[in-house]
Write a protein of this length. Sequence first.
Length: 213
Amino acid sequence: MKEENENIRNEENVEKTEGESRDNDKKTDKDVEVNTDGKDAKNNVETENENGGNAKGNDNTEEKDPLDVALDEIAQLKDKYLRSVAEFDNYRKRTLKEKAELVLNGSEKAVQAILPIIDDMERAIANAEKTSDADVLKEGMKLIYQKTNKVMESLGVKRIDTTDADFDTNFHEAVAMVPGMGDGKKGKVLDCVQTGYTLNDKVIRHAKVAVGQ
C-alpha cells in the first residue's frame, strides 16, 4: 500500500516537474520573440536614421556654391565670346582674300569672251592678204562687229541710244550746240560723235553728241 502511494506521489511530482518545464519553455520562447522584435524594431529605427542622414548628406552634396555656379557661367560665356571672335576674324580674312582675287581676276570673264573675237580678227587679217575683193573684207568686218556687240551684251554692256533722243546729262555729253534748228529740234540730240555705253545700267562712258539750240 505504502509503495503504491509513493509511486503515485512520484508520478505526480514528475508530471508537475514536466508542467513547470513546459511553462518555463513557453516563457523563454516569448522572451526570445519579444527580444527579437525589439532588436528588429531598433535595427529598423537605426536604418531609418542612417537613411535620413544619408539623404541629408546627399542634399548637402547636390547644393552648389553660388560663386562656383557664377564662375562656371562666366567661363562658358568667355569660351563662346572667344569662339565668336575667332570665327569673325576668319570670315574677315576670307573676305579680304576674295576681294583681292576679284580685283586681280575680275576681268577674266570679259577677256575670255573677247578672245574669240581676236581670233576672228587674226583670220580676217590673214585672209585680207590673200584677196583684193573689198566687198569680202567689208562683209568679214561686219560679221566681226556683230559678234563683238553680242559678246558685249552678254557681259552686260549696252549702247546708249541717241536716235531722236532728248538731251540728258545722265547719258549724254554735249560737244557741240547747233543753233537755228527750229523749236522742234531744241534740246534734241542731232548727231552722235562717239557712242556711249552702260554696264549693268551704269554709265561707263557718256555718249558725245551735238545738241540742237
